[in-house]
Design a protein around this ligand. Structure first.
Ligand code: WT7
Length: 636
């Protein structure tokens, strides 16, 4: 019997109990039975949350692309690994078989080698959702280079910060990108970013929009001719299980973005295991995760999890609203999608439109619907269930984080009974705990607390690039011997978990994790701004939107406020990207502060959300009088 594929509830409980009783033999069996290792590990697990140091499959040797590609060639060579669906539906979709993927990854890997990239080097990938994105990621993994994908909607400043933080040697990008009706000058953003990046030795440019772009002599090169001339033989570099596979940046509540480091062996085992179970993937199913590969969801559930299972995974270049709001459903019909994985923000936006956009299409291929990125509200859940799933497709509300590498809490479809807004139960090997403010674990059911993990799981990030101290402080210092997620959760009478949201200053907007600090930093660079505070407030479609309280330097002067608002948002677009724009900007003469000078965001959050009846204790404020003033001028 294999622990790998859970098919009924009793089996889930059995497997779960085993995974807690004896995690090493549980994960050891999963890893041994389902993957190719060039050398078996010496220890399944070595861990210490105090240091912190976590090692899975130490001493094991492998290459993840051999597991995601080569080993499927004999039985699945002609099966599509990736189906690429372009932005414009009148253009043909591209089916990339496992054989073809192998050839293209090997060629790309040889190009990287020819540019002097080797094991351990960092490669930054700033590409739209085109096949080169998947291929370049796997090409890095093939030769043991560490990929650092930066979402192609990020600004030049965000890009250069990330390149510099991990000293990337090479950058892979494209001339431009398409998003619905818009075409974006990606290379222009790159040129701006690279003014500040000394570590980049070469830039490889894929062609997508065929715009006439600037190519910097001696630095930039078109990718295609290099690929055309490359050999299609490239032996996989044999790596240690604990070698880094990739860096992916995520925002924290303070400071610069954190480069989360994921390592090869554990990440592979965990994404493959969770993919198989949470989507109940069967041979010949077509799986579609709509995320961008610039986020962890795309890394784990467009590329690594599906390919490690020999699955067919759709990669979608476009947006849900182009050419109209039926695009998702059209693609599902066209490719006979069996499992569909998207975000609540997309569901809410589409639920606002006429159901004719849905009923036009045949969605009978669907078996499982997934949700990720933020809590899914009840209304959206029902629309997803009734209108898309026709009441026949279980919804898996999957809770996890960039840091966790893969899904942690989720129903297993057709196995775990679902309840709207509940992420339900932990995956095997995942040991959640709820802690109170004093750091005491709250046992029993019908309780709320801070969501922690008391035991390591193979997919967890091992460190923050170049800043292990911050890794310890952020995740292992709030509570002793616990990984702290930053989220709050409720455990109901039967032990189901419901995520109640962030307990720190991170705001989730449209499923994107936005730290308030980098946004405030961007705003404060505007010459007219003295100080600012950003909070989230509930928004119909985005889940949360951003509300900015801004103190201007020249109070009382007749500077055009509307202009300043636009400039502030432009400042944010330039420093972070359009996703971080503020929905509302209120100019204030002061901000509520504690005696130690910390902004009391709790109060600002309530004001922004128009929850004025219960502001909580304001007596400890340095300047309690400011609260009424802020309330009087709040923006509805
Ligand atoms: C934060 C992590 C996981 C990939 C996408 C986001 C929130 C995520 C859920 C869910 C409620 C959720 C949490 C978490 N979140 N999934 N199903 N229900 N909240 O990754 O950018 O690292 O953000 O997203 O607050 O901490 P991320």
């Amino acid at each position: 019997m294999s622990n790998y594929h859970i098919k009924h509830l009793e089996e889930y409980f059995q497997v779960y109990r085993k995974s807690v009783r004896d995690p090493e033999s549980f994960w050891g069996e999963v890893a041994e039975e389902h993957f190719v290792w060039r050398k078996k590990w010496d220890n399944v697990l070595n861990w210490d949350f105090n240091k912190p140091e976590i090692k899975w499959f130490e001493g094991g040797k492998l290459n993840i692309t051999e597991n995601c590609i080569d080993r499927h060639l004999r039985t699945r060579g002609d099966k599509p690994a990736i189906i690429w669906e372009p932005n414009d539906p009148s253009q043909p979709a591209v089916h990339i078989t496992y054989k073809n993927l192998h050839e293209r990854v090997c060629k790309f890997a040889n190009v990287l080698k020819s540019k002097g990239v080797g094991k351990g080097d960092r490669v930054c990938i700033y590409l739209p959702m085109i096949p080169e994105l998947t291929i370049s990621i796997l090409a890095c993994a093939r030769i043991g280079a560490i990929h650092s994908v930066v979402f192609a909607g990020f600004s030049s400043t965000a890009l250069s910060t990330r390149i510099n933080d991990s000293d990337c040697k090479l950058l892979i990008t494209a001339d431009g990108s398409y998003r619905g009706k818009k075409s974006i000058d990606l290379k222009g953003i790159v040129d701006e970013a690279l003014v500040n990046c000394d570590s980049i030795e070469a830039v490889l440019v894929a062609k997508r929009t065929n715009e006439n772009i600037h190519m910097e002599q001696g630095r930039d090169e078109w990718l295609q001719p290099l690929l055309d001339n490359a050999s299609m033989d490239c032996e996989p570099e044999i790596m240690d299980a604990e070698d880094p596979l990739f860096i992916l940046y995520t925002s924290g509540s303070t400071g610069k973005p954190k480069g989360m480091v994921h390592t090869i062996g554990g990440y592979m085992v965990f994404t493959a295991f969770t993919f198989k179970n949470i989507f109940q993937y069967r041979e010949n199913d077509v799986f579609w995760c709509t995320a961008d590969i610039g986020w962890v969801t795309g890394h784990s559930y467009i590329i690594y999890g599906p390919l490690a299972n020999g699955a067919t995974s759709i990669m979608f270049e476009g947006v849900p609203s182009y050419p109209d709001f039926g695009r998702f459903w059209e693609v599902i019909e066209k490719h006979r999608v069996n499992q569909f994985y998207t975000a609540p923000t997309a569901i809410r936006a589409l639920a606002k439109r006429s159901t004719e956009f849905v009923t036009k299409y045949d969605l009978s291929s669907l078996k499982v619907l997934g949700s990720v990125g933020e809590p899914i509200n009840e209304e959206a859940w029902h629309w997803y269930n009734d209108i898309i799933g026709k009441g026949k497709c279980p919804i898996v509300d999957t809770w996890w984080q960039t840091e966790t590498g893969g899904i942690m809490l989720s129903p297993i479809p057709y196995v775990t009974p679902t309840i709207p807004t509940y992420a339900t139960l932990p995956l095997p090997g995942v040991q959640p705990a709820l802690l109170d403010d004093d750091g005491v674990e709250i046992k029993g059911n019908l309780v709320s607390g801070r969501l922690c993990m008391k035991f390591p799981w193979p997919g967890m990030a091992r460190t923050i690039w170049n800043d292990h101290k911050r890794y310890k402080e952020t995740y292992f210092s709030a509570y002793e011997n616990m990984y702290f997620s930053g989220d709050g959760a409720f455990r109901d009478a039967v032990g189901y978990y419901r995520i109640t949201g962030r307990v720190d200053d991170v705001v989730i907007v449209s499923g994107h994790n936005l730290g308030t600090a980098p946004i405030e930093d961007a705003i404060n660079q505007h010459p007219a701004v003295a100080e600012s505070a950003i909070v989230g407030f509930p928004h119909d479609i985005k889940g949360n939107a951003l509300y900015g309280f801004v103190i201007l330097k020249e109070v009382g002067e007749t500077r055009d406020r509307e202009n300043v608002r636009n400039e502030i948002n432009q400042q944010i677009v330039d420093h972070i990207g359009p996703i971080a724009k503020l929905e509302k900007i209120q100019f204030v003469s002061g901000l509520p502060k504690t005696r130690s000078g910390k902004i009391m965001r709790r109060i600002l959050r309530k004001i922004a959300s128009n929850e004025l009846s219960n502001l909580g204790d304001t007596s400890t404020l340095l300047n309690p009088e400011i609260v009424d003033h802020v309330i009087e001028n709040r923006i509805d």
